[in-house]
Every structure is written in C-alpha cells, then in structure tokens.
Design a protein around this ligand. Structure first.
Ligand SMILES: NC(=O)c1ccc[n+]([C@@H]2O[C@H](COP(=O)([O-])OP(=O)(O)OC[C@H]3O[C@@H](n4cnc5c(N)ncnc54)[C@H](O)[C@@H]3O)[C@@H](O)[C@H]2O)c1
Length: 373
C-alpha cells in the first residue's frame, strides 16, 4: 500500500487529540470520525478534517473504506470495538488498557489470531524521551541485568470524571490496578523477554467520596509483580487522592546501574548512576544523554535524535507522535506492531489479576501467559 492510510477515529475525547500528529505525518489521513454524541459530531468532523462522520461504529467500519481505526472510547468498549474492526480486517490502534476482564483478553487474542489485520495497543508512555533513553541504555547493557523497578501513576481525576462519567466506575470504582499500563509498559521494555508471572495487590482504604457522597475505590492501590526471571516490580496507581499530579514516576535497578525519574517536585530531575561511567556512587542527570552531543550520538534513540518540532511538541512528551509512527510502519508491513497483542496482554493482564488479588486479601495470584491461549 503506497497511498495514504485511511484512518477512522472513534471517540472524540482522546481520539480528537490525534489530529495534530496525523497532520504532521504524510502517510495517514483521517477519513472518518465516529461518536455517539450527535450534537458535537459535525464540529468534530470539521476540526479533525475528516470526510465523513458516523453515529454508529459498525456503520463506519462497513461504509468508510478504512484501512485502520483508532479507538479512543471508554475502557469497556475497547475489546468489542477492536474485535469488530479485526473481524473486518481493519487494523486497530486501541487506547489503554487493552481490556477490562480476563475473558475479554481471551476473546481479543482469538480475534487477533484469525484476522489479517494488525492490533497495536496505544501505550504512548514507552515513547517518552526519558523512557526511550533508559530503554536504549538497557539495550546496550549499561544497566547490567535489571532486577527491580517501580512505576507510579498518581493523578487525581475526580474532577475529570465528572465530565467522563465512565471513569467513576472503571478507573475509580474498582479496587486494584485499573489503569496500570502507563507504569508497567515502560518497565517491561526495560526487562526485554521477561513477563509478569504473579501479582499481589493491596491498597490504603477508601478515603474520598464523590459528589453524591458515595465512596470511591481504595486509594493508593499498590501491586507487587514477580517476573519469570525473578525480578520484582512495584506498581502504584492512585486516581483519587488529593495531591499534585505525578504520572511518570519510574525507578529501575540493575546489577550495573540505577535510574530514578523526577517526581515532579521543585528542582527534581531524572537521575541515573551507571557503573561504567562512574566507579563511585553519584547521580548524574539523565538529560546528559540527550543534551551532550557525544552522548546523544550514542544513546539517544534514532527516532528522538531526528525528532521534528511536531514530534517534540506532541502530547504526552512526544509519545502520541511516535506511537502513531510505529503503528503506520506496522500497517505498512515494515515491522511487527511495537505493542502487539501479546505485549498488550503483558501490560494489561497484571492489573486485571491484581483486582482479584485485592478482593482476596492480597493473595499472590498467577498471571496467565496469553501466548499459551
Ligand atoms: N494514552 C493516554 O495517554 C490516554 C489519555 C487519556 C485517555 N486515554 C484513554 O482513552 C480512552 C478515552 O478517554 P477520554 O478521556 O477521551 O474519554 P471521554 O469520555 O472524554 O471520550 C470518550 C468518547 O467516546 C464516545 N463514545 C462513547 N461510547 C461510544 C460508542 N459506542 N461509539 C462511539 N463513540 C462513543 C463518547 O461520546 C466520548 O466522546 C479511555 O480508554 C482512556 O483510558 C488514554
């Protein structure tokens, strides 16, 4: 396929935020848009520059002649809408998390197996510049063997949920890790070939109530993950506590180096220690690896080295741009999707199993391997 990829977007919240990155890329065009909100549909069609607008998703898939669809609807629609596209051999880029239950995960894996189209989960945080630099340093062996990591997504979305009411239940009403892929996704890139095999989860009780006085799910949900290679990962997701936003907290410990991201406080910086560069224990700023030309030439991944202004300015630290670039490459058959169905399951299933663990008093529970399904 050499012509432009015809993209359909479903869900005009998050979905509409891809307008800028689509414009910045030559080989994709927004052919159609779909949302059930009739009053805003035409406005969204015009602002996205789409040819067509649909109130019904199946109708868009049947009539718009799409090559690919970007799914930006509420979480419980991700699997049914992904499957509807895959059944029609339309490529899927779907928002996170991939699914809201293990049963859904199984159905999605089956649909991917029988479709000619590709599936990619839109986990944009793996593409953020600091995360990509750490991935490259790991790839070049500078951390030795990574064996411990932490990821935290702490974002008070109580006000946000008033405008997006599905969040009240699916993200803030269920105990356990409901929105964990932004934290676990980058960490799994730092432990290539490894996967989470069991999890346990606890939280700090329900501490807040909504505008109707009903309690939210428990605050400060924390999941411990053991991996197949005996690494330990701690994931904390908190969408209800009153406090400043901290959505990109990460730590990595390897046999030869460690990394701690900025926690967003005054003067706080992403910092790193690598044995190969400093025999003594001392922090260096991670930004050295992108700002010092000699280091950037060696350690800044090629995509970020040549990043256009549009890429740098794109949402989520450029992540929205680079995930779309990777999706396009996969649609054109140049490489497998960067976060294909099994990588998506590796990032999604631990959070789903954590919900069972917390319901069973923090019991360790095995995480299924979707490759065995
Ligand atoms: N990757 C990221 O950084 C990131 C950021 C924000 C949101 N998200 C994800 O994006 C998704 C959407 O989040 P949001 O904040 O945009 O939510 P939202 O509620 O603002 O937008 C969802 C849109 O989907 C529409 N919709 C609902 N049911 C539909 C249907 N059956 N057919 C067509 N349209 C339908 C709604 O009318 C709404 O316009 C969620 O899964 C969320 O987890 C990801």
């Amino acid at each position: 396929m050499t012509r432009k990829i015809k993209l359909g977007i479903v869900g005009c919240g998050r979905g509409s935020s891809f307008k800028g990155v689509c414009d910045a890329l030559d080989d994709i065009e927004i052919q159609a848009v779909c949302d059930i909100k009739e009053d805003a549909l035409e406005k969204n069609r015009v602002s996205l520059g789409a040819q067509e607008a649909y109130l019904d998703y199946d109708e868009m898939l049947d009539k718009a002649g799409l090559d690919a669809v970007l799914i930006g609807t509420p979480m419980p629609l991700h699997v049914p809408q992904s499957m509807a596209a895959l059944e029609r051999d339309i490529h899927v880029l779907c928002e996170v998390p991939a699914a809201v239950s293990v049963q859904e995960c199984k159905a999605l894996v089956r649909a991917c197996t029988s479709s000619k189209a590709i599936y990619m989960m839109a986990e944009n945080y793996i593409y953020m510049r600091p995360n990509r630099i750490v991935t490259e340093l790991v790839r070049q062996g500078l951390f030795g063997t990574p064996y411990y990591a932490e990821g935290e997504y702490i974002h008070d979305v109580k006000d946000y949920a008033l405008k997006t009411p599905w969040r009240r239940h699916w993200q803030m009403g269920i105990d356990g890790i409901t929105y964990g892929t932004h934290s676990l996704g980058p960490i799994l890139q730092w432990m290539p070939g490894d996967r989470v095999v069991k999890v346990c989860c606890e939280a700090a009780g329900s501490r807040q109530t909504d505008t109707e006085g009903k309690p939210y799910g428990q605050a400060a949900g924390t999941m411990l993950c053991k991996t197949a290679r005996n690494a330990l990962i701690k994931i904390r997701v908190d969408l209800v506590s009153d406090r400043p936003h901290a959505g990109t907290n990460y730590q990595l410990q390897g046999t030869d180096g460690c990394y701690e991201s900025s926690r967003g406080g005054p003067g706080d910086k992403d910092k790193i220690w690598l044995r190969s560069r400093d025999q003594h224990y001392c922090w260096r700023e991670l930004s050295l690896f992108s700002d010092v030309p000699e280091l950037a030439g060696k350690y800044l991944p090629a995509d970020w080295r040549g990043a256009s202004e549009a890429a740098r300015r794109a949402g989520h630290g450029g992540g929205d741009y680079f995930e779309l670039v990777d999706f396009i490459k996969a649609v054109r058959g140049k490489c497998p999707p960067a976060i294909g169905i099994h990588e998506a399951m590796d990032m999604t299933l631990p959070g789903l199993i954590s919900q069972q663990s917390i319901a069973e008093d923090g019991r360790w529970i095995d995480v299924p391997d979707s490759r065995a399904w």
